[in-house]
Write a protein that binds this ligand. Structure first.
Ligand code: UD1
Ligand code: CA
Length: 510
């Protein structure tokens, strides 16, 4: 195999993005533009990869090194043009023989297959330099490919320097060029500044090759979108949409049902199994994976989540969470990082979870907050339960055992442990551990004060409704007494009693 050096040019400013973030760090499909290009480059298994940085160099360098620590970062202090940038990169690479591929960092739809095809053409043509070209309806802004009668490339003319006739050429330079290393090494110092822009153009190497009697090849890519760059946020969104269209289409061809491709967004690192169904309005982001027969959506956003086979996730927002096989989530659930829902478990409507392990078959069906908790297998948490994990200073943990049944409207005040098979009554505030099999009840006995509406709300529709129900007439048109219900009377106490007999019968929310 021929030695291969890849130089990625990423020193430019990207002014038109109007951003504090360097252009090549803007993302589509969940990956930075330079990340997309480096991912395509990866498939070439190059001997070395150099990224030339300049504007925003610290940010770009940190990002690139995080993507792949083997990448060499070269700094171009002053942006004197693509020819100068290539020279900075070539020097840093130390390459003197074999092939050199130079490309720009802002063509996120470029694929590894395209680069492999292009390098194959370059090698078999034995050209000193080859350029990847495309025919586009509107060639504005690009370098134009000038060919000889026998089809070789004679020159690449930058638009700024082009004649009227050259501007009419619709074959453009993608900015992706391959070189014989020795030729490039000799050619770069011979480049001269453009009289128009003052820059050293990498593209002028083609003229030098031709002048030396070497041949320059031009290989037309049938899919020009792959060479399109995003220079502003409008183009970024357009390329983002096109990338998504391609990703969604690929998954449909792999056996995923996508009901509405136009409202389905799938990041490039997502992994889907056949027979997954995605309903409208779904975003699968980051490193999310979904196993077979799971149904996601409508209107669901999953970031870095793992969804098990056959799970149903409806109108849900979830991040860094695991949803077990056959589990049910939503509608209107919010799973925050560290949620792990077991097989056939349930996180129901208006439930928020965070750092919560919910066991196999365990259910948190309604209107609850579960933070910093372990809930054992088969346990049911009553409606409207709050795990009060935060005391204002520190977060604490609640542990609930297997097959426990906790009542509606409970508050767990951790650190607290509820044993296997335990129960709690409705409205219980659990401040202390509950042993296995016990029933804990903290709500006081119910007080009932008979005739209160008539005594304290005379003349109101409430009192009238109470009278109608009891058949006793309202003594008051004389509502002058104490309409706002002030102090208690002795009579009130006489009329009150308590119901204390329901302690053994907790109202557990199902
Ligand atoms: C360049 C090509 C043009 C091609 C187009 C494709 C040249 C002279 N022109 O034009 O033929 O059609 O790309 O998009 O090569 N860069 C550096 N250092 C510099 C200058 C640029 O790293 O000193 C980087 C930029 O960050 C960018 C890339 O090189 O990623 C291209 O530079 P840019 O100024 O955008 O070149 P174009 O005018 O678009
Ligand atoms: Ca450009």
């Amino acid at each position: 195999m021929t030695d291969l050096t890849v130089i990625v040019l990423a020193a430019g400013h990207g002014k038109r993005m109007k951003s504090k973030l360097p252009k090549v760090l803007h993302t589509i499909g969940g990956r930075s533009m330079v990340g997309h290009v480096l991912s395509a480059v990866e498939s070439l298994h190059a001997d070395r990869v150099v990224v030339v940085v300049g504007h925003g160099r610290d940010q770009v360098q940190a990002h690139v090194e995080q993507l792949d620590e083997r990448i060499v970062v070269a700094v171009q202090d002053e942006q004197l043009g693509t020819g100068h940038a290539a020279q900075v990169g070539l020097l840093a690479s130390g390459a003197t023989s074999g092939d050199v591929l130079v490309l720009t960092a802002d063509t996120p739809l470029l694929t590894g297959e395209t680069l492999q095809w292009f390098m194959g053409r370059h090698r078999s043509g034995q050209h000193a330099v080859s350029v990847l070209t495309a025919r586009v309806p509107v060639p504005r802004g690009y370098g134009r490919i000038v060919r000889t009668d026998d089809g070789d490339v004679r020159a690449i003319v930058e638009e700024k320097d082009a004649s009227e006739e050259e501007r009419a050429i619709d074959e453009i330079n993608s900015g992706i060029l391959a070189f014989d290393a020795a030729f490039l090494q000799a050619a770069l110092p011979r480049l001269e500044r453009s009289p128009v822009s003052g820059e050293f153009y990498l593209t002028d190497t083609v003229r030098l090759a031709v002048a030396d009697g070497s041949r320059a090849g031009g290989h037309v890519l049938a899919d020009p979108v792959q060479t399109e760059g995003a220079n502003d946020r409008v183009q970024l969104a357009e390329l983002g949409r096109e990338l998504n269209r391609r990703v969604v289409e690929r998954w449909m061809r792999e056996g995923v049902t996508v009901v509405d491709p136009a409202t389905t967004w799938i990041h490039v690192d997502v992994d889907l199994a056949p027979d997954v169904t995605l309903l409208p309005g779904v975003q699968l982001l980051g490193a999310t994976s979904v196993a077979e027969d799971a149904v996601i959506g409508p209107d669901t956003t999953l970031t870095d989540c793992e969804v098990g086979p056959g799970a149903h996730v409806v109108r849900t927002q979830a991040a860094l969470s695991v949803i077990g096989e056959g589990a049910e989530v939503g509608p209107f659930a919010h799973l925050r990082p560290g949620t792990v829902l077991g097989r056939a478990g349930k996180i129901g409507g208006f439930v928020e979870t965070k750092n919560a392990e919910i066991g196999d078959g365990a259910k948190v069906p309604h209107l609850s907050y579960v933070g910093d908790a372990v809930i054992g297998e088969g346990t049911n948490i009553g409606a409207g339960t709050i795990f009060a994990n935060y005391d204002g200073v520190t977060k604490h943990r609640t542990t609930i055992g297997k097959y426990a049944k906790t009542g509606s409207n409970n508050t767990f005040i951790p650190p607290v442990t509820i044993g296997d098979g335990a129960s709690t009554g409705g409205g219980t505030v659990v401040r202390e551990d509950v042993p296995a099999g016990a029933l804990a009840v903290s709500a006081g006995p119910l007080r009932v004060i008979e005739g209160w509406a008539r005594a304290k709300r005379p003349g109101t529709p409430q009192a009238a409704a109470a009278e109608a129900a009891s058949g006793t007439p309202d003594p008051a048109g004389d509502s002058a007494g104490d309409p706002a219900g002030g102090g208690r009377t002795a009579g009130e106490h006489e009329e009150s009693h308590t119901r204390g007999s329901r302690v053994g019968d907790p109202a557990t929310g199902a």
